[in-house]
Design a protein around this ligand. Structure first.
Ligand code: ITT
Length: 178
């Protein structure tokens, strides 16, 4: 089955999780235009519908984002753009002086089985760290604190608890019948 993403970090994590279910995934490295929307589920579903018109075999995509409570859920569905523009330093600046650091990552998988699209999601709660820490992982991992360590300090351990893990497990469990 193909995983369509332009993000190598996402693919690596997904491959590791898929292996545990005896599922082999192939990376179809491709950037696709995402329709705008305020909900990840809606964006993922619509992206998959558009891609399904071209790619007629089974595939999945995954849309994810970081939601910061004190910023009313920002950057949420705009996480990729915000990461590319202001990055981790920019987020820490926005959070300067804010004591409510609560945040969560959410992942939504949209799967096209050759006929129809299904959606699966996963959430992990944590906090925005006061500083950038750790060198593993990708994206916002160095500023996302989970039980005292950032995701970028956790390395492979992140894969046991992440939003992507939860969403993919729901997905793989459903399709493998395990
Ligand atoms: P696609 O080609 O799969 O769309 P993308 O990087 O553009 O790749 P998204 O649109 O889903 O992915 O944007 C999600 C962004 O949120 C991503 O670029 C990261 O900056 C951030 N993000 C998502 N999951 C993350 C994780 O596990 N750790 C750190 N940052 C994450």
């Amino acid at each position: 089955m193909k995983f369509i993403t332009s993000n190598k970090g996402k693919f690596r994590e997904a491959r590791e999780i898929a292996e545990k279910f005896g599922i082999e995934i192939e990376w179809l490295k491709m950037e696709y235009e995402e329709p705008q929307g305020s909900q990840l589920e809606e964006i993922a579903k619509r992206s998959a519908e558009i891609l399904a018109r071209e790619i007629r075999e089974p595939f999945f995509i995954e849309d994810s984002g970081l939601f910061i409570e004190a910023l009313n859920g920002f950057p949420g569905p705009y996480s990729s753009y915000v990461f590319k523009t202001i990055g981790n330093k920019g987020i820490l600046k926005l959070m300067d002086g804010i004591s409510n650091r609560r945040a969560y990552f959410k992942a939504v998988v949209a799967y096209f089985d050759g006929a129809k699209i299904s959606v699966f999601d996963g959430i992990v709660y944590g906090e925005i760290s006061p500083e950038i820490r750790g060198s593993k992982g990708f994206g916002f991992d160095p500023i996302f604190l989970y039980r005292g360590r950032t995701f970028a300090e956790m390395g492979e351990e992140k894969n046991l608890v992440s939003h992507r893990r939860i969403a993919l497990e729901n997905f793989f469990r459903t399709i493998s019948g395990k």
